[in-house]
Design a protein around this ligand. Structure first.
Ligand SMILES: Nc1ncnc2c1ncn2[C@@H]1O[C@H](COP(=O)(O)OP(=O)(O)OP(=O)(O)O)[C@@H](O)[C@H]1O
Ligand SMILES: [Mg+2]
Length: 553
């Protein structure tokens, strides 16, 4: 007979009859096992055997021992959470107890008289146990991998949560997979899984969709700037980077890292607005200067013409007297033909020129020219002063005069819809950046004119803008009141927010009050407040300290 090499087998025998134990060992030996074994017949001995540093392949147990049964033995194995196949080899088989033993974890049950089943049963159990061990190892490896993934995930989460940038991952369809920050009124749960376009300004939708498509189709990253609306009507700017997210070879979505650059952006826009105003100011000052010279010589010539016309008309009157006298004389005695002809021609010319009419109207016309030119001069001077070249230092200023200049310049903005009333009190000189204050007053007057324009529309009705100044201790107060529609409660908190506007594109950019706020609060340490009543109108109050501590320009 060809014998294969014996397979080693470590057996724990629970048996109090030595002969029976030998029978089992014999059977195993016949089955090709090289058996290493230990026989125990008390719970204590069995417990010691299980605790020993020994890898038991199988437990083979009699059913009833003295004061000890296979059920107790199974329990001992189970309590130690050991996965050792447990086979009962018993003299008699009581079906009920067999079932109970199987239920408790015994793997097989056979009669001592049918030991032929033992070897196949052991073989099968060893195989099953090996499969179970493999599975356990795999599960442990999985659990370890999962724990590691979780820990990496937690670390990444912590890292991303305190990152100053917004990190957003979306799938190919733009559904949000991950986000590290959300606006205060949202929670991550409600954002994740939703469409990313919900959080992007509508006018940017098409462009953002195109960017996502480009990234997931080409895999090439993009850098761009975008903006989004906040619920209070403000706008946030982001400088963003979008890159592909890969899974193996496939691009499954994109990750966007966005940095909030609103502050820089607003500062840039304010600087640009200020520069634009300064440029307009310089231009206006230049034009005013250019107009000034011709206005002066037109004025001088006009004055000359006025006196000349007066003198000429007077001299002419004298000639008319002579004319009449000579005419009368001509009736008495004949005059030389030449003289008669000259007198007739003079009479015709006098009639053609309507000398009477000229005498009546020329002085008035010249007077009106003088008055008109006076107005032009006033406007040119106001323009010159309004657009005073920018001073970096604050200087004491007569604010009433500055306001009058501003109102002269702003006339075109309100004259079709409102009458202007001024009530300018005695003011001490105020230390300020006068061009900036001019800009603030101009913005307030333009806003007032727009508010009135909205109410009166194209009707004949007119509103009223009232500009007042008064001194109040160490402060001066400028107020601009209008009879417009007032500011609705829902937007009162937002009007100073940069770029908040209720006006159509082209009419307002929402920078006027933000700029005013900056000038009054930040640069002059003053206050900018308003009172408003829907249907009645609005009054803005600028409160300035007479002497502002110099604020960095
Ligand atoms: N006197 C006013 N009466 C009613 N609403 C006003 C008045 N002044 C401002 N508002 C409201 O506040 C908003 C913001 O004003 P702001 O001056 O900042 O911007 P704008 O006038 O819309 O645009 P811009 O001044 O840049 O041309 C206006 O759009 C308007 O809704
Ligand atoms: Mg405005």
């Amino acid at each position: 007979m060809v014998r294969t090499i014996d397979k080693p087998l470590c057996v724990l025998l629970i048996e109090d009859v030595e002969d029976d134990a030998q029978l089992v060992l014999l059977e195993l030996g016949r089955g090709g096992y090289q058996v290493e074994w230990l026989r125990v017949d008390t719970p204590a001995a069995m417990a010691a055997a299980l605790a020993a540093d020994k890898q038991w392949d199988v437990v083979i147990s009699d059913f009833s021992l003295k004061g000890f049964t296979a059920l107790d033995a199974i329990r001992l194995v189970r309590d130690r959470q050991l996965d050792i196949p447990f086979i009962i080899v018993s003299g008699t088989i009581d079906e009920e107890r067999a079932i109970e033993a199987l239920r408790m974890g015994a793997r097989d049950f056979m009669s001592k008289s049918r030991l032929a089943r033992l070897v196949p049963a052991v073989g099968r159990e060893l195989q099953d146990a090996a499969v179970r061990a493999d599975r356990r190892r795999a599960e442990q490896a999985n659990a370890a991998a999962l724990a590691e993934t979780r820990s990496i995930h937690d670390q990444l989460d912590a890292l991303l949560n305190c990152a100053p940038s917004l990190v957003l991952a979306v799938d190919r369809a733009g559904r949000i997979q991950f986000v590290n920050q959300v606006l205060p009124h949202l929670s991550k749960q409600e954002v994740i899984g939703g469409d990313w376009l919900l959080y992007i300004a509508p006018e940017e939708h098409a462009q953002m969709t195109a960017r996502l498509r480009s990234v997931v189709e080409t895999g090439q990253a993009l850098t761009y700037e975008t903006s989004t609306l906040t619920p209070d009507g403000g706008r946030l700017w982001y400088s963003s980077h979008m890159g592909a997210v890969r899974h193996g070879d496939a691009i499954v979505g994109a990750v966007i890292v966005a940095n909030d650059v609103t502050e820089t952006r607003v500062a840039q826009m304010e600087a640009a607005a200020a520069q634009r105003l300064a440029a307009i100011g310089t231009l206006a000052a230049g034009i005013a200067h250019e107009i000034n010279t011709p206005v002066q010589f037109v004025g001088d010539s006009l004055e000359f013409l006025r006196t000349a016309a007066h003198d000429l008309l007077q001299a002419f009157a004298k000639f008319q007297v002579v004319h009449r006298l000579v005419q009368r004389d001509g009736a008495a005695r004949p005059l030389p033909a030449e003289l008669t002809q000259a007198i007739d021609e003079a009479a015709r010319a006098e009639e053609d020129a309507d000398i009477h009419y000229l005498r009546e109207n020329v002085p008035g016309a010249l007077e009106r020219c003088k008055e008109g030119l006076g107005r032009v001069t006033a406007i040119v001077n106001a323009m010159k002063e309004f657009s005073h070249p920018a001073h970096r230092e604050m200087a004491p200023v007569d604010l009433n005069r500055a306001i009058q200049n501003t109102l002269t310049v702003a006339r075109g903005e309100y004259k079709y819809v409102a009458d202007l009333e001024t009530d300018l009190g005695d003011l001490p000189p105020v230390v300020c950046h006068v061009n900036e204050i001019n800009q603030v007053v101009l913005n307030l007057v333009v806003n007032a004119a727009h508010a009135i324009g909205d109410v009166v529309g194209h009707s004949e009705a007119r509103g009223r803008i009232t500009v007042r100044t008064r001194s109040d201790g160490e402060h001066v107060v400028i107020s601009v009141a209008d009879t417009g529609a007032g500011i609705p409660p829902a937007i009162r908190e937002r009007i100073f927010t940069p770029f908040f506007t209720t006006k159509d594109v082209g009419k307002g950019t929402g920078q006027g009050l933000a700029l005013a706020w900056n000038v009054i609060k930040e640069r002059h340490r003053g206050e900018l407040t308003f009172e408003t009543e829907v249907g009645r109108g609005t009054t803005f109050f600028v409160r300035l300290p007479r002497a502002t501590a110099a604020v960095a320009a």
